[in-house]
Each structure stands twice: as C-alpha cells, then as structure tokens.
Ligand binder design. Sequence first.
Ligand SMILES: Nc1nc2c(ncn2[C@@H]2O[C@H](COP(=O)(O)OP(=O)(O)O)[C@@H](O)[C@H]2O)c(=O)[nH]1
Ligand SMILES: [Mg+2]
Length: 264
Amino acid sequence: MEDSSTIYFTGTAGAGKTHLVTAFGSWLKSAGYDPIIVNLDPGNESTDLDPDIDIREWVRLPEVMEEYKLGPNGGQVAAADMIALKIFEIRQAVAELKADYVLVDTPGQVELFAFRESSKAIVDALSGDRSAIAFLFDPSLARSASGFVSLLLLSATVEFRFRLPMLNLLSKSDVLTAEQLEEITAWGDDPERLLDAVTRDSPTPDVQLSTEMLRAISTLSPLTTLLPTSSKDGRGLEALYQSLQRGFAGGDDLEASQAPPEGE
Ligand SMILES: Nc1nc2c(ncn2[C@@H]2O[C@H](COP(=O)(O)OP(=O)(O)O)[C@@H](O)[C@H]2O)c(=O)[nH]1
Ligand SMILES: [Mg+2]
C-alpha cells in the first residue's frame, strides 16, 4: 500500500463521485495502470459501479436500517461508524491487491465523510505516502456565485479536517455551456471576479461579509484553478492524472492544470 497512490473522491450528494471514480479507473487502465476501486458508501445503489473492494460486503445500509430501526439518515450515520470497525479488513484487502492507484468512492452525503471521526480513522488507515482528496464541485450548485462560495467553504472544511492535498474538480462539466464554464473557472482563479459576482447576485449585497469570507477561504486554502471533468465525455481525466502525478512527484500542493477548452 505504501507504493500506491490513494485518492478519495468526495462532494455533495449527486455531484458525480461514483461515476467519476468509474471513469477515472477506466482511464487509468487504458493508460496501462493497475487501479482498484474501493467503495466506502454502504448505501451505494449505482449499478454502474463494479468495485474491487466493497464495504457492502461488511456493512449494508438497508440491513443497518432494518436491524436498528433507523431511517436513511440515522442508518447512514450508524453505518459510517460501523465501517470504521472494519477498517483492518479493508486495509488488508487493499494491501493484498497491490494496486498502483486506489480510488476511493465515499458516501453520498459529504457530511458523512467530512464530519465523522470514523472517516478520519479510515483515511489514516488507508492512506500511504501519496494520498489526495478530489473534491467535486457539482455544476448545479457551482453555476451560481453563492453556490460556488458555499462549495469553496465545504472544500476548505474537508481540507481542514483531513490535512491532505486537495484537488477541486468541476464535475459533469459537459452540462455547462462554454460561457458558464469560462465564468466558473475564472471565479476559481480570480477572487475579485468572484466577489463581483457574489455582490451582483445577492438581493441584499453585504460586500464586507463577502470580502471577509473570501479572505478567510483564501487564507485557509488558496483559491485554486478548478479542473473541469466529465465522466460522460471523458474530459479532464488525463489532466486529473497529470495533476496527481505532479503533486505526488513534487510533494507540493496539488494544482489543477487548466484543461484546454473544448474543440482544441
Ligand atoms: N451529464 C453528466 N451526468 C453525470 C456525470 N457524472 C454523473 N452524472 C449523473 O449524475 C447523477 C449522480 O451521479 P453519481 O456518480 O451517482 O453521484 P454521487 O452521488 O456523487 O456518487 C447520475 O444521474 C449520473 O448519471 C457527468 O460527467 N456528466
Ligand atoms: Mg455515489
């Protein structure tokens, strides 16, 4: 496991984690690597995912809900803590497969990954020398300036909790027009432009609050270029690989390289 690179994919529910893990796994295979997929979502219902290691072998959300008479939310929380109890088995299974890339699909709701102590135990147990978190910005939120800032805060929170190199991805970027894509990626590069957009969009602009918030975010985690990806048309997968390679080789913070605009 020490020789492998471990990447945790996280983001809000429906951001495209499961599909991106699958697409990036296929891309790595086609580039001659030997990746494995680890599913850590006990409630994963995606029929497209074919993980090499699956937490559902040990913990299944419907069974946890049934056994402890819990609804979906309570069940997810209980299951998240049960996963930590299986971490030795998961670690063993990952080590036995001797993969060069370990792609980890995390629970649907980001708070289950970001805010449970059990997730920190899991990440500590699974991470080798080369580990990173890919945080997905869902375009349905990221296309508004206030949604974009909220995602920046969430990404910074995840970074603050785990202290691992972060890579911010704009997932499902195939659903955006070229103009939207240009605007959203510019917000990631240029705090002034983001501040303008936040102020413009707000019915009661509070420039001071927005300015202070953006300053806090950039102190905690400098604004980084968002890397547009799509598991539908495959854009950004090679750039994702290159960003990881560069980050792991240099030991620097991961810095997304700007994907070329479509058609170039
Ligand atoms: N257009 C488009 N849709 C996507 C993409 N990735 C995922 N989706 C859709 O978004 C929904 C949620 O995807 P999923 O991977 O399950 O999200 P998760 O909850 O973050 O794991 C599904 O309906 C997918 O078909 C993408 O790259 N492009
Ligand atoms: Mg999922």
